[in-house]
Structure formats: C-alpha cells, structure tokens
Ligand binder design. Structure first.
Ligand SMILES: [Zn+2]
Length: 157
C-alpha cells in the first residue's frame, strides 16, 4: 500500500505547481482511490504530471497514468526482475540440447551460464549452469526447446 506520507508529499508538490489547494478532505478522497499504486510508480506519475500537464489531476487522471505506467513497465511489475540481454540464450535464461539415449533422442533443459535471467523460476531443478560449448562437449546437439536441432556446428564462434 502506498505510504500516506509519500502520497501527501507528492500531492502537495502537484498542488503547489498548479496553485491548487490541498485539503485534508481532498487528500482523504484521493488517497482512497490511489493507495494501491506502488511508491515508485506514484512518484514517477506525479513528476510526469507536473512536467507534462497544465492543470491539477482528477482522480481518473492519476489512475489513467498508473495504467500507462504499468503498461510501460510490465517487466518490472510482473516478475520484479528485469531480464538482461544475453547473446548466449537470447535472453530467456535457458538453453536446450538433444542427445541420443536408450535408443531415442531426448531433450534436456540447461540454465544459461552467461546470464541470470532464469533465476526466478523452478528453484528445485539442478542449478548448474552451462554455455553452448559445454552442452556440446557433453555430447548434445543444441535445440530450440521444442525438439528441433538448431545447430550441429560450432558456427557462433
Ligand atoms: Zn543467457
């Protein structure tokens, strides 16, 4: 829940910027409608409002800004973690390999050794991390996670 002091502090800045009166009654009504907005988002929204708008925001304006903020920051709000770019795995955090065993090919999932993008999921599985090279050294052919071989060569080196 949004800290009421953070809320008041930011709303007072907006009031000042637009020459509006910030009363206890107004504060109470606004707070009731926006207290679910996370602190980081609320501060961004208020700063943005002062910069870009020409009048004091209605409650609906703040809520619309919150929806826009959430859309623009979807990766932050869903996982709490931003994924880094990774050339090794394409940013997913996983690599796959196919190997012949017991007479048929089977596919194995590996954690990428060059990023930490997979850190949040499936904590129970083996946490050892591999590069493409190491997976090939183990006798696998690299695959796409759907049973298709993507490269039998070391052509990325
Ligand atoms: Zn990676």
């Amino acid at each position: 829940m949004l800290d009421v002091n953070v809320f008041d502090e930011n709303m007072e800045k907006i009031s000042e910027a637009f020459g509006a009166r910030w009363t206890d009654k107004r504060s109470e009504v606004y707070y009731e409608h926006v207290n679910h907005i996370p602190k980081e988002a609320f501060e961004d929204i208020c700063k943005g409002w002062i910069k870009q708008s020409s009048s004091f925001p209605k409650i609906a304006d703040l809520l619309r800004s919150w929806h826009d903020w959430r859309d623009a920051n979807r990766n932050k709000t869903i996982s709490g973690i931003e994924k880094s770019d990774c050339k090794e795995c394409g940013g997913e955090g996983y690599l796959y390999g196919i190997k012949e065993g017991h007479g048929y090919p089977y596919e194995t999932m590996f954690y990428c050794a060059k990023c930490r993008n997979a850190r949040n999921r499936n904590q129970a599985v083996d946490k050892r991390r591999f590069t493409k090279e190491q997976i090939i050294d183990l006798g696998y052919q690299l695959s796409d996670g759907n049973g298709r071989i993507i490269s039998a060569e070391r052509d990325w080196i």
